[in-house]
Design a protein around this ligand. Structure first.
Ligand code: UD1
Ligand code: CA
Length: 455
């Protein structure tokens, strides 16, 4: 028998009405990435020949998020079985081959892991494997999940949706996770025979199990971990999925060699990369797109997104790295420093109260407290270049576009509007006037006036 080929269908056309949102359900983020992204990432580890995301008409934003997966449009949300049928045309060439398996997953189960999907694929690879295999789980509270009814051979007799279940069936603890794998041809043959004579008037994908059993070709079942198959239908479910994902990401970060002093207060994105011997202090936020090298210390209350931090850097407390921040090896970013689309060279320091935007700061440069790059003129952004080893005095405004050469010194309080050559000293401030004894005289005069009034 030729090796099995795999096609994947991700269902994402549902209205998601229980979310009460203008954003399509599968675009709601978990750990900073759309639920659909998580499902796609897990599915991609199976290296399928094709992945088709089923969307509703007008879901251009889901289609854009789904790329490079193809999308198929389900014209009307008429149920999960109807949704899979919408993917048929896109899969047609693969369905021409007997060895093609189709895996159906829901776009609203972001916690699903590659390991569980592998078990589904493996269940189809066994000799005398059933044509169809469903994924089931036993949640503590089965709530409104479909119930899986097994026959005496532990094959699936049928799946009953909660809305259609009688009170005895609702007592069953084994629930349908919604994930199905099966011979592509067989799956679509069964889907063709679905009807919508049920409580919700929908074409349920779950009805294929009863049909298969009636024909004497019952489906097999794989029982998966509860934690992975949570279907997100409401904002509460979303929060549960977020908590579970955070727990997973924190464990992974620690397993990879980072110290999280108080893990529960560190928020990670699905794509956060932390190196070895990174220490993260309590209360740190990692938005999407952050990569941190080895031996980095991130102190409390830092907020990072889209940033790259090289080995040995020290951040915070209270540092803010925005997209395009690139912190060099051993550099220091201190409290109330905001860095956006700017590079801080190796060993450079910006220790207090600064804004560095659209800038490049050379190695070992020192950025004094209160330094601001004035990068925006109300219309466009402009670049500031600061050379290696330059020293920018406190409270300097650098009006971009402007360059300060390597080794140059800018005196505190300067507003720099012209380039400063290498190794030059630039000071821009009015001359200081000193009047000896004038302060003392001022106080005497005022006190005398006050005494005269009161006396
Ligand atoms: C579904 C299962 C239920 C299972 C549960 C697990 C069915 C009939 N029911 O119920 O047995 O316990 O998932 O989470 O399969 N979708 C479409 N088009 C549609 C309808 C749905 O694309 O016409 C998509 C949704 O976007 C969603 C997925 O299919 O990603 C599941 O639909 P949803 O309505 O959430 O099904 P549940 O009621 O949760
Ligand atoms: Ca659901």
């Amino acid at each position: 028998m030729p090796a099995r080929k795999l096609a994947v269908v991700i269902l994402a056309a549902g209205k998601g009405s229980r979310m009460k949102s203008d954003l399509p359900k599968v675009l709601h983020p978990v750990a900073g990435k759309a639920m659909l992204w998580h499902v796609q990432a897990s599915v991609a580890t199976l290296s399928p020949e094709e992945t088709v995301v089923v969307i509703a008409p007008g879901m251009a934003d889901v289609e854009a998020a789904a790329a490079p997966s193809r999308c198929a449009v389900q014209q009307q949300a008429m149920g999960t079985g109807h949704a899979v049928a919408a993917a048929r045309e896109a899969l047609e060439p693969l369905l021409g081959l007997v060895e093609t398996d189709v895996l159906v997953v829901f776009g609203d189960t972001p916690l699903l892991t590659p390991a569980t999907l592998q078990r589904m694929v493996a269940a189809r690879a066994e000799p005398a494997a059933p044509d169809i295999v469903g994924l089931a789980f036993r949640p503590q509270d089965p709530a409104q999940y479909g119930r899986v009814i097994l026959d005496d051979d532990q094959k699936i007799e049928k799946i009953v949706e909660y809305a259609d279940a009688d009170s005895a069936q609702r007592q069953i603890g084994l629930c349908n996770a919604g994930i199905v794998i099966g011979s592509g041809r067989r799956l679509f043959e069964l889907i063709d025979r679905l009807d919508s004579h049920n409580a919700q008037g929908e074409y349920y994908l779950t009805d294929i199990f009863g049909l298969a059993h009636q024909e004497g070709r019952p489906a097999g079942v794989v029982e998966g971990p509860v934690a992975e198959v949570l279907g997100v239908n409401s904002r509460q479910d979303l929060a549960l999925a977020e908590a579970a994902m955070q727990d997973r990401l924190r464990r992974q970060a620690m397993a990879d060699g980072a110290t999280l002093i108080d893990p529960a207060t560190v928020w990670l994105s699905a794509d956060t990369r932390l190196g070895r011997d990174v220490t993260v202090h309590p209360s740190v936020f990692f938005g999407p797109g952050v990569t941190v090298g080895d031996d980095v210390e991130i102190r409390s209350f830092c907020h990072l997104e889209g940033a790259k931090v090289a080995d040995g850097a020290v951040l915070g407390p209270f540092a803010r790295l925005r997209p395009g921040a690139r912190i060099g090896a051993g550099a220091h970013v201190g409290n109330f420093v905001e860095i956006k689309n700017a590079e801080l060279g190796a060993g450079a320091k910006a220790n207090h109260l600064s804004y560095l935007g659209d800038a490049s700061v050379g190695p070992a440069a020192n950025i004094g407290a209160g330094t601001i790059t004035c990068n925006y003129d109300g219309f466009a952004k402009h670049h500031t270049a600061i050379g290696a080893g330059a020293f920018i005095g406190s409270n300097t405004a650098l009006v971009a576009p402007v360059a300060v050469g390597a080794g140059a010194i800018v005196g505190a309080g300067s507003t720099i509007t012209q380039d400063v050559p290498q190794d030059a000293l630039a000071v821009e401030r009015s001359d200081q006037e000193v009047r000896e004894g004038r302060a003392a005289r001022f106080r005497q005069e005022r006190q005398a006036a006050k005494d005269a009034k009161q006396g």
